[in-house]
Design a protein around this ligand. Structure first.
Ligand code: GLU
Length: 318
């Protein structure tokens, strides 16, 4: 039997604001899943969408994660064999892999504006009308049509053609068996936006592939993205990681926490005198891994779930 690759997990926050407790709980779980199995943990900063980036957020994320007692082996502040660990410094890498995909002739320019797509989506023949599926408008443009768009000053996004029959199948460690026909659900999706920014779906696959991440633990809001990512992992010939999509934390009214809500982060807890171990205890209790009111460091949480009991975690988390 071939030796198993050493486990490599990651936490990949977008520095658009301070992490809220829900983000911190996801970070704790990603760290726990990796450390429990003796794996290496990577911190990657996903700051491609520069207009949304907050310049102080990266430092604040690092400070908050460290304050909680989480650690990583590779990251923007430590470097490592797959540096850089900040997406805005990886432009040439994405460009290279984009060119590899372009060589497969599955990539094509799309000149549709958001308004046109929204209009197409509400047209009666589009069925669902939720605007989330790209109907393939620019897939068959002739070179004369492309030239006309270019002459009119339109800058295209780049989309990848998904074969109609392609189905992604995977077993999520928490959500169970999953299947998605990418063409039916989202259609040909964007690799690079019209403003030149590489899309999350593409960059995340290039990074997880090159950084040899073989276990992805992240919020369940990203479950529907996974099929698109699996398509790209296969096309780029990267091994497909295992996935565990964890529940999102909700507020007392049952609404998802948002980075815009100032009360949702660590600062107010720190100001109120809570210790890191109290916050870790609360985060662990909020998803079923500890009892209400327990106080513990991240390492104490690991001791509670030694490796042979790893499966228990996936059953406990709620
Ligand atoms: N950067 C994404 C976020 O902050 C997470 C991406 C991922 O874990 O795949 O929501």
């Amino acid at each position: 039997m071939p030796a198993l690759a050493p486990l490599r997990g990651r936490y990949a926050p977008s520095p658009t604001g301070e992490l809220h407790l829900g983000n911190l709980r996801t970070a704790l779980l990603a760290w726990l899943f990796t450390r429990i199995q003796g794996g290496r943990f990577v911190l990657r900063i996903e700051d491609l969408d520069q207009p949304r980036v907050n310049s102080h957020a990266t430092q604040q994320i690092i400070t908050d994660l460290r304050w909680l007692g989480l650690d990583w082996d590779e990251g923007p502040d430590l470097s490592g064999p797959f540096a850089p660990y900040t997406q805005s410094e990886r432009f040439e890498i994405y460009q290279h892999y984009l060119e590899c995909l372009q060589a497969s002739s599955l990539v094509y320019p799309c000149y549709c504006s958001r308004a046109e797509l929204a209009h197409a989506a509400t047209a009666p023949q589009q069925g669902a009308g939720d605007g989330s599926r790209y109907p393939g408008t620019c897939r068959q443009l002739t070179s004369a049509q492309r030239r006309r768009h270019e002459a009119a000053g339109r800058r295209p996004s780049l989309r990848i053609h998904i074969p109609d029959e392609y189905q992604a199948h995977f077993i999520d460690l928490l959500a169970g068996p999953q299947q998605q026909s990418v063409q039916q659900v989202v259609g040909d999706f964007i690799l690079r936006r019209a403003d030149g920014i590489f899309a999350y779906q593409f960059a995340v696959v290039v990074d997880d592939g090159l950084m040899r991440i073989n276990q992805v633990v992240r919020g369940i809001d990203l479950l529907p993205s996974t099929a698109r990512q699996i398509f790209l992992f296969q096309l780029l010939r990267f091994p497909i990681p295992t996935f565990a999509h964890v529940p999102l934390m909700v507020d007392s009214e049952g609404k998802r926490l948002s980075k815009r809500s100032a009360s949702a982060g660590l600062a107010p807890l720190r100001e109120a005198g809570y210790s890191a171990a109290e916050v870790i205890g609360q985060l662990a209790a909020s998803c079923g891994l500890a009892g209400i009111g327990e106080i513990m460091t991240p390492s104490e949480l690991i001791l509670r779930y030694p490796q042979p009991e790893y499966d228990i975690i996936t059953k406990l988390i709620q």
